[in-house]
Write a protein that binds this ligand. Sequence first.
Ligand SMILES: [Cu+2]
Length: 135
Amino acid sequence: MLTTINPAQHRRIALLLGAVGVTSLLAVALPELTAAGEAVSAAAASPAAVKIDNFAFTPATLTITAGTTVTWKNEDDSPHRIGDKNGTFKSAALDTDDTFSHTFAAPGEYPYICTIHPYMAGKIIVKPVGKTSSN
Ligand SMILES: [Cu+2]
């Protein structure tokens, strides 16, 4: 099953990259403008979330840029435990409302499963920073 980035998601990623770039410049030139910088940072972190419910990961495939922290939250009644197939990251058993976070520094594809219910599968696709800003 192939998953592609739809145009709306693509625009949002490009906007986020632009916002981060501007924030970095402002932080260097005008360190006193921290209120604006904090607002942008909070917005940039919001898409990187995966919900666990009904024995499934939503979204099943999540595309992010390198350096993004992904947070999984178990909203199911059953415990789940996240394990990357390549051993890069692994959570403890997550009870209802527990969360697990991992920061993806390196671009690549990270397929993972629930190690308690191996038929539950998801994937994180990490794109290099700046790739979408040149078109
Ligand atoms: Cu599970």
